[in-house]
Design a protein around this ligand. Structure first.
Ligand SMILES: Cc1ncc(COP(=O)(O)O)c(C=O)c1O
Length: 416
């Protein structure tokens, strides 16, 4: 019955093309719907009872990760995963403090609002156990593309934070970052930055937690996990997964090392989660991995992402409001600026553009502290035709905006 109610393929594809990033392989994918339906007809139960799906799924996920990340905990949301990652880090290190990147968002639980500058800056502020490091943004950050060694410079910022924390008698449990800071402005940290940060953090007795909730599962094209863009020599101590993992079904995961899991288990307090890792969720997780493989979505992300980047870079030459186009696979940011010299965020213009795009039935949002970075993170079935359609529409709208600006007196929204 469920399958019959699925929209016909044409409509499904249309929906897929406009669905949010958590629907990684597209709305109502028949394989995912079928996997959920079949398992629902058989059995669903809590994870206190062993089920092959859970073991099979952990095994399949482990094949995508470096060997040392071999223990898996299943949960229902990205927030739950990050909260557990925090507990694991603290239990293992016996330290409390966390270093995060500026403007990060890691989830809606109390513990995660505390480590999300994007949220806590508008609430009660920064807790004494939280330390904020600058975003390794080589376009508008502290150290830019012309810096001779931005990797070391940004990593040294973390080193300084650790030294300052130690002077106050504080101890670092974790460095917690998205592998590609999304809310922070679709940033691609320079390769080698994580390795250097991990070195400083490990020396301080802390662990490295990579939040792959937005950026994992083949989206970056070249690799299955975004942290792998840093180089083969980098392996986080904990990886958290969510959003695309279940293609819209509430599922999340924490992967970690044996040592960290053993320290967690040593408390004698078992990890139990009623719905996390239930047989239906795991059937869906397995089906998502199958679809990514069967439909070659990782290679597709590279091909379509490169094509989209090329089109967007052509727009950069044409429209001076586009200051930077950066990305990997189907994770792309377009940084809109008011002026080349200062790279002042074109916040109002970005807002205006996404509103006009919505009128053309294209949903795009903005990110970054200046809310001026157009965020491209479509479902991975997004194709070249879609890319062309979106970029042509952006071109048309930017041309209209420029014409309006020329014909009007300069106003605050027409300053480019
Ligand atoms: C990077 C990142 N981490 C964690 C979360 C929290 O995930 P959830 O909303 O599934 O709890 C989000 C959600 O937007 C996110 O973007």
């Amino acid at each position: 019955k469920l399958l019959c109610e699925c929209p016909p393929r044409g409509i499904r594809e249309e929906l897929s093309n406009h669905s949010p990033r958590s629907l990684a392989v597209g709305h109502c994918h028949p394989d995912i719907v079928k996997a959920a339906h079949e398992q629902n007809q058989l059995l669903n139960t809590n994870s206190r009872y062993l089920h092959d799906n859970l073991v099979d799924y952990a095994e399949r996920l482990s094949k995508t990760l470096p060997e040392k990340l071999c223990i898996f905990y299943f949960l229902n949301s990205g927030s739950e995963a990050n909260d557990l990652a925090l507990r694991l880090a603290r239990q293992y290190t016996k330290h409390e403090d966390v270093i995060v990147l500026d403007h990060a968002y890691h989830g809606h639980l109390t513990s995660l609002i505390d480590i999300s500058p994007y949220k806590f800056r508008n609430l009660e502020g920064q807790k004494e156990w939280v330390h904020v490091a600058p975003v390794p943004d080589t376009y508008r950050g502290l150290y830019r593309e012309d810096h001779e060694d931005s990797v070391t410079a940004y990593a040294n910022e973390v080193k300084n934070i650790i030294e300052q924390a130690h002077k106050r008698g504080r101890k670092i449990a974790a460095f917690f970052a998205e592998s590609l800071p999304s809310v922070g402005g679709q940033i691609i940290p320079p390769a080698g930055y994580f390795q250097k940060v991990a070195e400083h953090v490990h020396k301080a007795g802390g662990v490295f937690i990579a939040d792959e909730i937005q950026v994992g599962f083949g989206r970056v094209g070249k690799h299955f996990w975004a942290f792998q863009l840093q180089g083969e020599d980098f392996v986080p101590d904990i990886v958290t997964m969510g959003k695309p993992i279940g293609n819209g079904h509430p599922l999340a995961c924490v992967a970690t090392t044996k040592e960290i899991a053993e320290a967690f288990a040593a408390t004698g307090v078992e990890y139990f989660n009623t719905f996390g890792g239930n047989p239906v969720s795991c059937a869906i997780g397995l089906a998502v991995l199958d679809v990514i493989e069967k439909e070659h979505l990782q290679a597709h992300a590279t091909e379509v992402g490169n094509f989209l980047m090329k089109l967007l870079k052509e727009q950069k030459i044409k429209h001076p409001i586009i200051g930077d186009v950066r990305g990997s696979g189907l994770f792309i940011g377009v940084d809109l600026i008011k002026d080349q010299a200062e790279r002042t965020p074109a916040t109002a213009e970005a807002e205006h553009l996404i509103t006009r795009l919505k009128e053309e039935y294209i949903l795009l949002s903005t990110d970054g502290p200046g809310r001026n970075v157009l965020k491209f993170k479509p479902p991975m079935c997004f194709n070249k035709e879609d890319a062309k359609f979106v970029v042509d529409t952006i071109d048309k709208l930017l041309t209209d905006i420029e014409k309006e600006c020329l014909s009007q007196e300069k106003t605050s929204t027409c300053s480019t």
